[in-house]
Ligand binder design. Sequence first.
Ligand code: FE2
Length: 212
Amino acid sequence: MALNRTDRMISQFDTLLRVLVPSANEPQRASPAHTTSDGALSAEVRKRSARSVKGQYTHALCVQAIYQGQMLASRSPKAQARSLQVAGEQWDQLGWCQQRIRECGGRSASVFDPPLYVGAMASSAVLARINESAGLSFVHTVTQASHKHLERSIRHLPEDDRRSKAVFQAMQGDNAHHARQMLEAGGKSWPMPCRWALTMAARGVSLIGRHG
Ligand SMILES: [Fe+2]
């Protein structure tokens, strides 16, 4: 199904609201943390967990921006439909992160989130407009990098922080599915140096989110 101009404008308005007011984003799927219990977490550990999830939130928001840029600029109905679907699931991930940050007593968003969002969306939209396949390949590789970055974040979580771990693992599952969707829509896997660069970028964005 192709998106018309009105659909895209409504979607972008909705997106803007969710970026500026993160608490306005209600996940459609229940958080995977709801069926998991934490061990006894000290105040210090909770603070560390909140920072880690906040970093992931900022990165997942940039990935969302990349999906939105693709959806906005793509001319292919198939690519638009896939981007729309993965963007919906990505909002869930963002909602889960928000819930978890609040549970751990953290501040819900970074001041750098809006500018990072705009930058990520613009790069994705420009690439998709110049070359459809390159745009989809970019989204695919970013999603792969996100999967890898989550793997690292899971390793660094405090051992008893099982609820954050459940959220990160569910995000990984989603990302594997999102990466496949982009391949099926016509994207290709980029070579190792590009994948490495995007994994480093994911780490950098998360670091900004953690401390911003
Ligand atoms: Fe994703």
